[in-house]
Design a protein around this ligand. Structure first.
Ligand SMILES: [Zn+2]
Length: 176
């Protein structure tokens, strides 16, 4: 499908958040799903984007790179340049199974551009990342089960927050 055909066939969403420059594609699409109060899977299906691509153990936050046709459809739906959506794709080489995913909690909850919009950075999906490039601190991690179970970005942020609070309690109970 050409970009023009996509524009003809797909009526744009009434509201579409713009991706942040360093955002992961799964995070952006997860925010779209949150906005419409559906899961990422539902948002994918409802919009005729075809079968959900094969994902790893951590679920949609590590979203498989899209083909050109899906990029054009999404660009038309969100009224965003296909090149912008292409720029936040997950590299193929990052699509490997993980038991946990790293993240920086400060970066996650404090978005300097828009404090009301937490998002997942694309860099955190890089299997070789060690520390936060913003804060220099070692990254925390969340288990795949917590990430995989979240339906959309809003749920993912609150699940990660809950997991973190519980982890603090567990440390206290163990006495360290
Ligand atoms: Zn950080």
């Amino acid at each position: 499908m050409s970009p023009l055909q996509a524009r003809v066939n797909f009526r744009p969403w009434p509201y579409a958040p713009r991706p942040f420059d360093d955002e992961a594609f799964g995070s952006w699409f997860g925010r779209v799903a949150s906005r419409y109060q559906v899961t990422v899977e539902m948002a994918w299906e409802i919009n005729g984007l075809g079968p959900l691509p094969a994902l790893t153990s951590v679920g949609w936050i590590l979203f498989a790179p899209l083909d050109e046709s899906a990029l054009d459809k999404l660009a038309a739906l969100a009224r965003i340049d296909a090149a912008t959506i292409a720029s936040i794709q997950t590299p193929d080489s990052w699509m490997v199974a993980r038991r946990r995913l790293p993240f920086c909690f400060r970066c996650l909850v404090i978005n300097p551009v828009d404090v009301s919009t937490p998002y997942w950075k694309r860099a955190w999906l890089n299997p070789s990342i060690i520390e936060c490039c913003e804060h220099g601190a070692q990254l925390e991690t969340a288990p795949s089960s917590v990430l995989r179970r979240a339906g959309n970005m809003q749920q993912l942020i609150s699940s990660v927050g809950r997991y973190r609070r519980d982890a603090v309690k567990r440390r206290f109970r163990r006495g360290r």
